[in-house]
Design a protein around this ligand. Structure first.
Ligand code: NAP
Length: 445
């Protein structure tokens, strides 16, 4: 088994030696699949893993746009349609200077198993551009989105590929992208999710990833006979996922003591108020530093929140990939953390995960813990298809059921293969089994 997995890894290293993020994501998954291959030698015979790690299609394109001073710029656009074995491609678009093919492939690969875990019929994809929306005017963002969609529209559609938001892509960007698509291809509201509520968006989509993270965390904590009530939580980031994670954690009786951005972090021992974060980041598009000017009990510090030494119970990284290294993971252990669940995609380096697993920390990996966003995106697709809008409560209840089901599936796989509360391997296996069954049934795809 090991040698088969090693040969798949060698091939990736040979073909894409520079794609470090992609390798990191894929190797972690492959390592956890050894017991499944042992139980299913037919997967080895069918060379299923080699097929799974190769995208069905990877599109790269030029995105020319003009700034408010009339200067011309060119960014690079991507869409990686990774796997459609269980449904149309589905996954977000990221606008951030760090976006490259490796980052988009890592996110697209993770999306395959994440989407499978939701139990909904959606395949895996991801896209984006190295455009930085920070500091750009609304008109500049609009011109960029229109140029990006001029090419992307050839490759997407309600039954083909349905993009959504991610870092740097919120309601404003989805609105501009949708408007551009509509001018080119006509009104098809199922082509993007995360839309505004007046043109086919779903209630609770904005909140979904943050809320879903807490529903998953709550299920994990409850399964240990424990409760969220009174727990102190460190959250990183102050974007979409972090904001609504703060809100739901507080509602469930916990106290969130930090939020952050790429410059620094806020520490508020009295508990972060999500409404202040929402006002600064979502409404005013400001920096998290401003929180300390508005809330007397809060302090602002430069640097990473994961270097801040304070006792707490639960870590919820909600900013970006590889934000927690091995030393920071050791500090998490020292600070007495019992649970870590990932709102961001791949926020922990593999050697940080090894530190969690060598301690008594229970670890909820991103593809399980942050699947709430894509789950509600799939519910938005259902509402668009039936031309109906569900109430906030209906969507939120379905989200909660889906997140609890994801935890239960991961736990069941963990028990089946006797992995000793390794919910990361449990999630990888549970997500993989459905995709593998579909791929085997569909012949050589
Ligand atoms: P967002 O609204 O753009 O917020 C991103 C946050 O992370 C901001 O506070 C940002 O700070 C911080 N950040 C970004 N890059 C950073 C870096 N290199 N170092 C430190 N901080 C950094 O994005 P989001 O939608 O909340 O996404 C956050 C994470 O959740 C991402 O990993 C994303 O893939 C994942 N996720 C999102 C969804 C969703 O529905 N939105 C679903 C599943 C997973 P600055 O403002 O300083 O950059």
């Amino acid at each position: 088994m090991k040698s088969h997995i090693e040969s798949v890894k060698d091939e990736i290293q040979r073909r894409d030696p520079d794609q470090s993020e992609f390798q990191e994501a894929v190797f972690t998954v492959l390592d956890s699949l050894a017991p499944v291959l042992e139980a299913h030698p037919e997967y080895i015979k069918a060379n299923l893993l080699s097929r799974l790690v190769e995208p069905e299609r990877a599109i790269q394109f030029r995105v020319p746009w003009q700034d408010d001073e009339g200067q011309f710029h060119v960014n690079r656009g991507f869409r990686v349609q990774f796997n459609s074995a269980i449904g149309p491609y589905k996954g977000g678009l990221r606008l951030h200077p760090t976006v490259n093919l490796s980052v988009v492939k890592f996110l697209g690969f993770e999306q395959i198993l994440k989407n499978s875990l939701t139990g909904l019929p959606i395949g895996g994809a991801k896209g984006g551009s190295d455009f930085d929306p920070k500091g750009k005017s609304d008109s500049e963002v609009m011109r960029f989105c229109q140029s990006f969609m001029t090419e992307l529209q050839r490759h997407i559609g309600p039954d083909l590929d349905v993009p959504a938001g991610d870092i740097g892509v919120g309601g404003r960007e989805i609105g501009y992208l949708f408007g551009a698509y509509k001018r080119l291809r006509g009104y098809q509201n199922g082509v993007l999710t995360g839309k505004g509520l007046t043109f086919g968006g779903s209630l609770a989509r904005t909140e979904a990833t943050g809320y879903g993270l807490l529903y998953y965390t709550n299920a994990l904590v409850k399964a240990q006979g424990d409760t969220l009530t009174g727990k102190r939580i460190k959250i990183s980031g102050s974007g979409n996922v972090a904001t609504y994670a703060v809100q739901k954690a507080t509602e469930l009786g916990a106290k969130v003591i930090t939020v952050s951005d790429s410059n620094g972090y806020i520490y508020d021992p009295k508990g972060i108020d999500y409404k202040v974060v929402q006002q600064i980041k979502e409404v005013e598009r400001g920096r998290i530093k401003e929180y300390a000017d508005r809330v007397a009990s809060a302090e602002y510090h430069g640097g990473s929140v994961w270097d801040f030494d304070v006792d707490y119970d639960i870590a919820l990284p909600c900013a970006t990939q590889n934000e927690i290294n091995k030393d920071q993971a050791k500090l998490i252990v020292k600070d007495g953390v019992k649970y870590i669940c990932e709102g961001a995609n791949m926020p922990s380096y593999p050697d940080a995960i090894a530190v969690y697993q060598d301690s008594n920390i229970l670890y909820g990996p991103a593809k399980a813990a942050n699947a709430g966003g894509v789950a509600v995106s799939a519910l938005e697709m259902s509402q668009n298809s039936e031309r109906l809008s569900w109430s906030f409560e209906t969507v939120d209840n379905r989200l909660q059921d889906i997140m609890e089901d994801i935890f239960e599936k991961s736990e069941a796989a963990d028990k089946k293969y006797q992995l000793d509360k390794n919910y990361q391997a449990g999630a990888n296996i549970a997500g993989f089994e459905k995709v593998a069954t579909a791929m085997m049934a569909q012949g050589l795809i």
